[in-house]
Structures are given as structure tokens and as C-alpha cells.
Design a protein. Structure first.
Length: 247
């Protein structure tokens, strides 16, 4: 795998043919992408001239074609590919690039599981696509059922920012679960018992568990820099990747 060019620990590169979004659920309250987009606009970057307003970037569609070495690529880290204002025709163009670059693994994460299911009801999921949904609170667990029914090589959950205990979870058909706390000055705490509850169920149901970080609030309940809080769980780094390869 080639050198990482993103700080997101579970991927290698990001590809943003779409930027901007609108808030969908509780996890969106302090969106990192919104803060970053506004900062990039203030710096004068042309791509972010609309700030966090939804924008399609046709000129960036071919970017992965330039990366010959294989990568894990997070698609639309600065947006949601299945946002209601993104035409399915544009999603088709993204999928076309994905199919033309089988050396890469594309990680697609959405909070709009219903629209993702609608899109793939008439289309095949490319074999080098990993599909995921964000499950940050109890109310968002229904997204798992939409994901479970799709024929993707890897299906994953991002429980980040984890803002409450998720209770019992049906992880049938889920290959990978990412957990992380919220960062930033307005971050909400993540309780250790919430993390332990997810980890226990992931292990029982045979998925891979990836603990990303504690975020602004440490495991001891103290608010400090996220780097100081780190990513240790039970004194170790637990960052498993899914075992089966979807390429």
C-alpha cells in the first residue's frame, strides 16, 4: 500500500468530487468537514469557494486515475455521496471511475442509507467498493438494516462521533466497525462503557473492531487535546481491518 496522504487512520487517501453537505442527524452537530471547508474558503482555495454549500467538482472525477499504486480511498470525506441534492447521474460517473480503477479499494460512508439503498436497487455495487453507514446514536441504528441488504464486498459501520450507548446491535452481515470520540471545543464526551459494549458485540458477532481515538474527552472524563487523550483501549491500540479482501 502506498504512503498515506490523509490523517484519517482507517484509509490512505481521500477523493472529493463532491464537497459540502447539510446536517442529517445528531452526529452532525459539530461537523469537522464544515469547519474545515470554511477554513479552506477563508484561505482562498477555489475548490471551496462555496464554503460548505453542496458543490459538484467535475474536474476532480478523474483524480484516482492518476494513482497507479493501490490505495484505500475514502470517497467524499467532505460531503455525502448520497446527499439528496446529488443527482444519481453524477454518482454514476463516480462509480464509472471506481470500476476503471480496480487496483483501489473505495470506502463510501453515508448517513443517507435510504438513498444509498435506492441507488443500488437498480445498480450493482462495484466489487472494489466498501459500503458503510454512520451509527452515532440509538436513533441511527436503522441505517444498519439498509446496509445489510446490499451486496457489497465489505460492509462497515462508523460509530463516530459516538455520542451515546448503542445498546444491543444486530451486526449480521457487517464486516467492520469503527469507533471514535468527538473532537473540537464543543465535543461531547464518549463514555468507556459505550465503547466496551460495541467491542464486545463486534467480537461476539465476528466483525473487525477499529478504535480510532478518544477525542477531546479522555477515557478518564477529562477534557484535553485529542492527541494527549490518544487511542489506547485497555492499554493497547486496537485497529483491526476487515479480513476478507473486496477487490
Amino acid at each position: 500500500m502506498a504512503t498515506k496522504t490523509t490523517k484519517i487512520e482507517w484509509t490512505d487517501k481521500t477523493w472529493n468530487p463532491i464537497t459540502g453537505c447539510t446536517k442529517r442527524s445528531a452526529g452532525c452537530a459539530h461537523c469537522y468537514a464544515e469547519v474545515m471547508a470554511r477554513r479552506l474558503k477563508a484561505m482562498g482555495l477555489e475548490k471551496y469557494r462555496n464554503g460548505f454549500g453542496l458543490t459538484l467538482h467535475e474536474d476532480d472525477l478523474g483524480e484516482p486515475m492518476q494513482w497507479r499504486k493501490p490505495h484505500n480511498i475514502f470517497v467524499c470525506s467532505m460531503s455525502d455521496i448520497f446527499h439528496e441534492e446529488v443527482p444519481f447521474e453524477f454518482v454514476d460517473r463516480i462509480m464509472r471511475i471506481i470500476m476503471l480503477t480496480p487496483q483501489h479499494r473505495y470506502q463510501i460512508l453515508t448517513k443517507r442509507a435510504e438513498r444509498m439503498a435506492e441507488y443500488f436497487s437498480t445498480r450493482l455495487v462495484p466489487r472494489n467498493v466498501w459500503l458503510g453507514v454512520t451509527v452515532e446514536c440509538e436513533a441511527s441504528k436503522s441505517r444498519i438494516d439498509y446496509l445489510r441488504k446490499l451486496d457489497a464486498g465489505i460492509k462497515f459501520l462508523s460509530c463516530e462521533p459516538l455520542i451515546e450507548d448503542l445498546g444491543d446491535m444486530n451486526l449480521d452481515g457487517i464486516d467492520w466497525v469503527i469507533v471514535g470520540g468527538e473532537s473540537g471545543p464543543q465535543a461531547r464526551p464518549m463514555m468507556p462503557e459505550w465503547v466496551i459494549n460495541i467491542k464486545r458485540q463486534v467480537e461476539q458477532q465476528g466483525a473487525a473492531f477499529f478504535f480510532k481515538q478518544w477525542g477531546t474527552w479522555g477515557s478518564d472524563g477529562v477534557k484535553r487535546n485529542k492527541h494527549a487523550n490518544g487511542k489506547l483501549l485497555f492499554g493497547e491500540v486496537i485497529q483491526q481491518m476487515p479480513e476478507k479482501v473486496a477487490v
